[in-house]
Design a protein. Structure first.
Length: 104
């Protein structure tokens, strides 16, 4: 086991000793546990990043398989984006279409 030296102010050390006593452990054990948690948090974070990358890859594959493209030409122009009347009309048409599908 490696030994390290850590410098802290008196008040921090006093509070750490009190907390260690409350937990029936030592300051060294608290520091060791904290360092372990840092190392495992890092690995957990890396796993989470990889999980999210894989999920995004699957989403894009599903888009491609279903014919949904993510091309720049599919994006709305600024004018189209802020055209509330057009957006409202499209939303109403979609609702009407959905109701028609439910009926028949």
């Amino acid at each position: 086991m490696k030994k390290i030296t850590v410098s802290v102010d008196e008040e921090t050390y006093r509070l750490a000793r009190i907390r260690a006593a409350e937990l029936d452990t030592s300051v060294s054990a608290l520091v060791r546990d904290y360092l372990r948690s840092l190392a495992s948090d890092s690995r957990d974070a890396e796993k989470e990043v990889e999980r999210r990358r894989e999920l995004m890859r699957q989403v894009f594959e599903d888009f491609e398989a279903s014919g949904i493209g993510l091309r720049m030409s599919d994006n709305l122009t600024r004018e189209e984006l802020y055209d509330r009347a057009r957006a409202r009309a499209e939303a109403q048409a979609a609702v009407a279409e959905n109701q028609d599908l439910k009926r028949g």
